[in-house]
Write a protein that binds this ligand. Structure first.
Ligand SMILES: [Zn+2]
Length: 321
Protein backbone atom coordinates (compact mmCIF):
# COMPACT_ATOMS: atom_id res chain seq x y z
CA UNK A 1 0.00 0.00 0.00
CA UNK A 2 0.89 2.33 -0.26
CA UNK A 3 1.16 4.69 2.18
CA UNK A 4 2.04 6.62 -0.72
CA UNK A 5 0.42 9.90 -1.00
CA UNK A 6 -2.14 9.04 1.56
CA UNK A 7 -0.16 7.88 4.47
CA UNK A 8 0.96 10.90 6.28
CA UNK A 9 -2.11 12.24 7.90
CA UNK A 10 -0.62 12.31 11.28
CA UNK A 11 2.52 14.04 10.14
CA UNK A 12 0.22 16.50 8.62
CA UNK A 13 -0.83 17.47 12.07
CA UNK A 14 2.63 18.58 12.99
CA UNK A 15 3.61 20.43 9.93
CA UNK A 16 3.19 23.96 8.81
CA UNK A 17 1.09 24.47 5.75
CA UNK A 18 3.06 26.19 3.09
CA UNK A 19 1.61 29.41 1.86
CA UNK A 20 2.00 30.43 -1.67
CA UNK A 21 0.35 30.56 -4.99
CA UNK A 22 0.68 29.45 -8.51
CA UNK A 23 -0.57 31.01 -11.62
CA UNK A 24 -1.19 29.96 -15.12
CA UNK A 25 -2.90 31.52 -18.02
CA UNK A 26 -6.66 31.00 -18.27
CA UNK A 27 -7.42 27.86 -20.18
CA UNK A 28 -9.51 27.76 -23.32
CA UNK A 29 -10.29 24.15 -22.60
CA UNK A 30 -12.88 24.50 -19.89
CA UNK A 31 -15.49 22.90 -22.12
CA UNK A 32 -13.46 19.71 -22.26
CA UNK A 33 -15.22 18.52 -19.16
CA UNK A 34 -17.99 17.25 -21.38
CA UNK A 35 -16.32 15.98 -24.54
CA UNK A 36 -18.29 14.38 -27.32
CA UNK A 37 -17.69 11.61 -27.90
CA UNK A 38 -16.17 10.48 -24.66
CA UNK A 39 -12.77 8.80 -25.15
CA UNK A 40 -12.36 5.08 -24.82
CA UNK A 41 -10.14 3.69 -22.13
CA UNK A 42 -6.98 2.03 -23.36
CA UNK A 43 -6.64 -0.34 -20.47
CA UNK A 44 -8.84 -3.41 -20.22
CA UNK A 45 -11.62 -3.82 -17.68
CA UNK A 46 -10.32 -4.74 -14.30
CA UNK A 47 -11.95 -8.15 -14.30
CA UNK A 48 -9.59 -9.20 -17.05
CA UNK A 49 -6.52 -7.95 -15.32
CA UNK A 50 -4.35 -9.80 -12.91
CA UNK A 51 -4.10 -7.94 -9.66
CA UNK A 52 -0.97 -5.90 -9.60
CA UNK A 53 1.55 -6.65 -6.91
CA UNK A 54 1.23 -4.07 -4.23
CA UNK A 55 2.97 -3.36 -1.03
CA UNK A 56 -0.35 -3.03 0.59
CA UNK A 57 -0.67 -3.31 4.28
CA UNK A 58 -2.59 -6.47 4.88
CA UNK A 59 -2.59 -9.34 7.23
CA UNK A 60 0.26 -11.00 5.39
CA UNK A 61 2.45 -7.97 5.08
CA UNK A 62 4.25 -6.76 8.19
CA UNK A 63 3.77 -3.11 8.75
CA UNK A 64 6.79 -0.87 8.44
CA UNK A 65 7.86 0.08 11.90
CA UNK A 66 7.16 3.80 11.49
CA UNK A 67 3.71 2.97 10.23
CA UNK A 68 3.06 0.75 13.19
CA UNK A 69 3.92 3.65 15.40
CA UNK A 70 1.67 5.94 13.46
CA UNK A 71 -1.22 3.54 13.46
CA UNK A 72 -0.75 2.80 17.11
CA UNK A 73 -1.46 6.42 17.81
CA UNK A 74 -4.95 6.08 16.37
CA UNK A 75 -7.63 5.50 18.92
CA UNK A 76 -9.88 2.70 17.74
CA UNK A 77 -13.32 3.89 16.91
CA UNK A 78 -14.85 1.45 19.31
CA UNK A 79 -13.30 3.33 22.18
CA UNK A 80 -14.52 6.70 21.08
CA UNK A 81 -17.64 8.12 22.68
CA UNK A 82 -20.77 7.77 20.60
CA UNK A 83 -22.12 10.97 19.11
CA UNK A 84 -25.29 12.46 20.48
CA UNK A 85 -27.14 11.56 17.29
CA UNK A 86 -25.49 8.37 16.09
CA UNK A 87 -27.94 7.79 13.26
CA UNK A 88 -26.96 11.01 11.54
CA UNK A 89 -23.37 11.77 12.30
CA UNK A 90 -22.99 14.43 9.71
CA UNK A 91 -23.28 17.77 11.33
CA UNK A 92 -23.69 20.88 9.31
CA UNK A 93 -22.99 23.78 11.55
CA UNK A 94 -25.44 26.60 11.69
CA UNK A 95 -24.99 28.98 8.81
CA UNK A 96 -21.67 27.69 7.54
CA UNK A 97 -19.62 30.28 5.83
CA UNK A 98 -17.35 29.28 3.03
CA UNK A 99 -14.68 31.64 4.01
CA UNK A 100 -11.14 31.77 2.73
CA UNK A 101 -8.44 31.02 5.22
CA UNK A 102 -5.24 32.79 5.93
CA UNK A 103 -3.64 30.72 3.19
CA UNK A 104 -5.47 32.69 0.55
CA UNK A 105 -3.06 34.37 -1.78
CA UNK A 106 -4.03 36.26 -4.90
CA UNK A 107 -2.76 34.68 -8.07
CA UNK A 108 0.18 36.77 -9.21
CA UNK A 109 -0.11 37.83 -12.80
CA UNK A 110 3.64 38.18 -13.10
CA UNK A 111 4.06 34.42 -13.41
CA UNK A 112 1.86 34.07 -16.48
CA UNK A 113 4.06 32.74 -19.26
CA UNK A 114 5.05 35.67 -21.45
CA UNK A 115 4.84 33.81 -24.74
CA UNK A 116 1.23 33.44 -25.85
CA UNK A 117 2.00 30.62 -28.24
CA UNK A 118 3.91 28.54 -25.74
CA UNK A 119 2.28 25.22 -24.85
CA UNK A 120 2.51 26.41 -21.28
CA UNK A 121 -0.20 28.94 -21.94
CA UNK A 122 -2.52 25.96 -22.27
CA UNK A 123 -1.77 24.77 -18.76
CA UNK A 124 -5.00 24.57 -16.86
CA UNK A 125 -4.94 26.95 -13.91
CA UNK A 126 -4.15 25.19 -10.70
CA UNK A 127 -7.55 26.02 -9.23
CA UNK A 128 -9.24 24.11 -12.04
CA UNK A 129 -10.85 20.86 -11.02
CA UNK A 130 -8.99 19.21 -13.90
CA UNK A 131 -5.44 20.22 -13.14
CA UNK A 132 -3.16 17.35 -14.10
CA UNK A 133 -1.05 16.03 -11.25
CA UNK A 134 1.12 13.04 -12.03
CA UNK A 135 4.67 11.96 -11.45
CA UNK A 136 5.47 13.30 -14.91
CA UNK A 137 3.56 16.53 -14.50
CA UNK A 138 3.93 17.85 -10.96
CA UNK A 139 2.34 21.06 -9.83
CA UNK A 140 4.12 24.12 -8.60
CA UNK A 141 5.74 24.01 -5.18
CA UNK A 142 4.12 27.28 -4.19
CA UNK A 143 0.59 26.39 -5.21
CA UNK A 144 -1.88 26.61 -2.35
CA UNK A 145 -5.62 26.60 -3.08
CA UNK A 146 -7.12 29.99 -2.37
CA UNK A 147 -10.34 28.75 -0.81
CA UNK A 148 -9.36 26.12 1.73
CA UNK A 149 -11.83 25.59 4.55
CA UNK A 150 -11.54 23.35 7.63
CA UNK A 151 -13.62 20.19 7.54
CA UNK A 152 -14.17 20.57 11.26
CA UNK A 153 -16.44 23.54 10.53
CA UNK A 154 -18.89 21.28 8.73
CA UNK A 155 -18.53 17.74 10.00
CA UNK A 156 -18.82 16.07 13.35
CA UNK A 157 -15.76 15.20 15.35
CA UNK A 158 -16.15 11.47 14.77
CA UNK A 159 -15.86 12.06 11.02
CA UNK A 160 -12.81 14.34 11.07
CA UNK A 161 -11.30 13.38 14.45
CA UNK A 162 -11.15 17.06 15.17
CA UNK A 163 -7.97 17.48 13.19
CA UNK A 164 -7.31 20.55 11.11
CA UNK A 165 -7.92 18.91 7.77
CA UNK A 166 -8.83 21.36 5.02
CA UNK A 167 -10.38 21.03 1.58
CA UNK A 168 -11.44 23.53 -1.05
CA UNK A 169 -14.80 25.10 -0.29
CA UNK A 170 -16.34 23.56 -3.40
CA UNK A 171 -16.07 20.12 -1.84
CA UNK A 172 -18.13 20.82 1.24
CA UNK A 173 -21.58 20.38 -0.30
CA UNK A 174 -20.78 17.15 -2.18
CA UNK A 175 -18.98 15.74 0.85
CA UNK A 176 -21.98 16.51 3.02
CA UNK A 177 -24.09 14.70 0.46
CA UNK A 178 -21.87 11.65 0.55
CA UNK A 179 -21.76 11.53 4.32
CA UNK A 180 -25.48 11.95 4.70
CA UNK A 181 -26.20 9.27 2.11
CA UNK A 182 -23.80 6.88 3.78
CA UNK A 183 -25.26 7.63 7.17
CA UNK A 184 -28.67 6.77 5.77
CA UNK A 185 -27.35 3.42 4.57
CA UNK A 186 -27.43 0.90 7.35
CA UNK A 187 -24.11 -0.07 8.83
CA UNK A 188 -21.94 2.64 7.31
CA UNK A 189 -19.80 4.96 9.41
CA UNK A 190 -17.40 6.71 7.03
CA UNK A 191 -14.65 9.04 8.12
CA UNK A 192 -12.43 11.51 6.29
CA UNK A 193 -8.86 10.82 7.23
CA UNK A 194 -6.99 13.17 4.92
CA UNK A 195 -7.62 16.21 2.77
CA UNK A 196 -5.40 19.06 1.63
CA UNK A 197 -1.70 18.45 2.01
CA UNK A 198 0.84 21.14 1.27
CA UNK A 199 3.94 20.74 -0.87
CA UNK A 200 6.16 21.14 2.16
CA UNK A 201 4.21 18.55 4.12
CA UNK A 202 4.61 16.09 1.30
CA UNK A 203 8.29 16.91 0.97
CA UNK A 204 8.98 16.24 4.63
CA UNK A 205 7.00 13.03 4.54
CA UNK A 206 8.85 11.89 1.47
CA UNK A 207 12.19 12.64 3.10
CA UNK A 208 11.33 10.59 6.13
CA UNK A 209 10.31 7.59 4.06
CA UNK A 210 13.37 7.93 1.86
CA UNK A 211 15.69 7.75 4.85
CA UNK A 212 14.00 4.68 6.25
CA UNK A 213 13.10 2.78 3.08
CA UNK A 214 15.23 4.11 0.23
CA UNK A 215 14.41 1.10 -1.96
CA UNK A 216 10.66 1.47 -1.52
CA UNK A 217 10.19 5.17 -1.22
CA UNK A 218 8.39 5.49 -4.55
CA UNK A 219 5.80 3.04 -3.35
CA UNK A 220 5.43 4.57 0.08
CA UNK A 221 5.26 8.24 -0.71
CA UNK A 222 4.68 10.44 -3.70
CA UNK A 223 7.36 13.01 -4.48
CA UNK A 224 6.30 16.52 -3.48
CA UNK A 225 4.31 18.17 -6.22
CA UNK A 226 2.88 14.90 -7.48
CA UNK A 227 0.22 14.39 -4.84
CA UNK A 228 -3.37 15.26 -5.72
CA UNK A 229 -3.83 16.21 -2.10
CA UNK A 230 -2.00 19.47 -2.81
CA UNK A 231 -4.97 20.46 -4.97
CA UNK A 232 -7.32 20.52 -1.98
CA UNK A 233 -9.89 18.59 -4.03
CA UNK A 234 -8.89 15.13 -2.88
CA UNK A 235 -9.88 13.25 0.23
CA UNK A 236 -9.09 9.89 1.76
CA UNK A 237 -11.99 8.07 3.36
CA UNK A 238 -11.73 5.69 6.25
CA UNK A 239 -13.73 2.85 7.72
CA UNK A 240 -14.13 1.84 11.37
CA UNK A 241 -13.71 -1.73 10.17
CA UNK A 242 -10.07 -0.82 9.52
CA UNK A 243 -9.89 1.53 12.47
CA UNK A 244 -9.70 4.36 9.96
CA UNK A 245 -6.27 3.39 8.83
CA UNK A 246 -4.97 3.35 5.28
CA UNK A 247 -5.35 -0.18 4.07
CA UNK A 248 -5.77 -1.80 0.68
CA UNK A 249 -8.65 -3.81 2.06
CA UNK A 250 -10.69 -0.64 2.28
CA UNK A 251 -12.39 -1.80 -0.89
CA UNK A 252 -13.84 -4.71 1.07
CA UNK A 253 -15.41 -2.53 3.77
CA UNK A 254 -19.04 -1.36 3.57
CA UNK A 255 -17.80 2.20 3.18
CA UNK A 256 -15.36 1.26 0.43
CA UNK A 257 -17.98 -0.69 -1.47
CA UNK A 258 -20.47 2.13 -1.22
CA UNK A 259 -17.96 4.69 -2.44
CA UNK A 260 -16.90 2.54 -5.37
CA UNK A 261 -20.52 2.35 -6.44
CA UNK A 262 -21.79 5.83 -5.60
CA UNK A 263 -18.95 8.34 -5.26
CA UNK A 264 -19.36 9.49 -8.86
CA UNK A 265 -22.94 10.52 -8.10
CA UNK A 266 -21.43 13.22 -5.90
CA UNK A 267 -18.67 14.20 -8.29
CA UNK A 268 -15.80 12.10 -6.93
CA UNK A 269 -13.64 9.70 -8.90
CA UNK A 270 -11.31 6.98 -7.69
CA UNK A 271 -7.93 8.30 -8.79
CA UNK A 272 -5.88 5.13 -8.58
CA UNK A 273 -7.92 2.01 -9.33
CA UNK A 274 -6.57 -1.49 -9.31
CA UNK A 275 -4.80 -2.35 -12.55
CA UNK A 276 -4.39 1.28 -13.56
CA UNK A 277 -0.79 1.54 -12.39
CA UNK A 278 0.62 1.59 -15.95
CA UNK A 279 -1.37 4.77 -16.51
CA UNK A 280 -1.34 6.48 -13.13
CA UNK A 281 2.02 5.27 -11.81
CA UNK A 282 0.34 4.92 -8.46
CA UNK A 283 -0.62 1.68 -6.78
CA UNK A 284 -4.18 0.84 -5.87
CA UNK A 285 -5.63 3.30 -3.37
CA UNK A 286 -9.28 2.38 -2.82
CA UNK A 287 -9.70 5.17 -0.26
CA UNK A 288 -8.45 8.08 -2.39
CA UNK A 289 -11.08 10.10 -4.25
CA UNK A 290 -10.76 13.34 -6.18
CA UNK A 291 -13.60 15.75 -6.86
CA UNK A 292 -14.08 16.57 -10.55
CA UNK A 293 -17.82 17.28 -10.71
CA UNK A 294 -20.75 14.94 -11.23
CA UNK A 295 -20.76 14.98 -15.02
CA UNK A 296 -17.15 13.97 -15.56
CA UNK A 297 -17.05 11.61 -12.58
CA UNK A 298 -20.09 9.79 -13.97
CA UNK A 299 -18.58 9.54 -17.43
CA UNK A 300 -15.36 8.18 -16.01
CA UNK A 301 -17.23 5.66 -13.89
CA UNK A 302 -19.37 4.45 -16.77
CA UNK A 303 -16.42 4.18 -19.15
CA UNK A 304 -14.07 2.51 -16.67
CA UNK A 305 -11.51 5.23 -17.28
CA UNK A 306 -9.18 6.89 -14.83
CA UNK A 307 -9.04 10.63 -14.55
CA UNK A 308 -5.35 10.54 -15.43
CA UNK A 309 -5.99 8.74 -18.68
CA UNK A 310 -8.80 11.13 -19.56
CA UNK A 311 -6.61 14.12 -18.83
CA UNK A 312 -3.70 12.88 -20.90
CA UNK A 313 -6.00 12.09 -23.80
CA UNK A 314 -8.19 15.15 -23.74
CA UNK A 315 -6.25 18.03 -22.24
CA UNK A 316 -3.28 19.92 -23.61
CA UNK A 317 0.08 18.73 -22.38
CA UNK A 318 0.76 20.57 -19.18
CA UNK A 319 3.81 22.58 -18.41
CA UNK A 320 6.17 21.36 -15.78
CA UNK A 321 6.80 24.03 -13.17
ZN1 LIG B 1 -5.01 10.09 -0.78
Amino acid sequence: MILCICSCRRWFLFLIIAVGSAACAPSPFATLQTPTPFPTSTYPPQQFMQPIPTIAIDAQTPLPTPLKQLLASVTPVATRPEPATPTLRTVMLATPTLRPTSTQTPIPTATIPPTPLSPCTERIPADSLLTIVTRQYPISADYVPADLVPLSDYFAHEITFGYGTHVRAELITPLLGIMQAMDAAEGLAPTIISGYRSYSTQAIAREKWEKQYPDRVDQLSAPPGTSEHQLGTTVDFGSPMLENQFHTNFYLTPEGKWLEEHAHEYGFTLSYPLAAYPITQFYYEPWHFRYVGVDLATRLHESNMTLTEYQLLMLPEPCIP
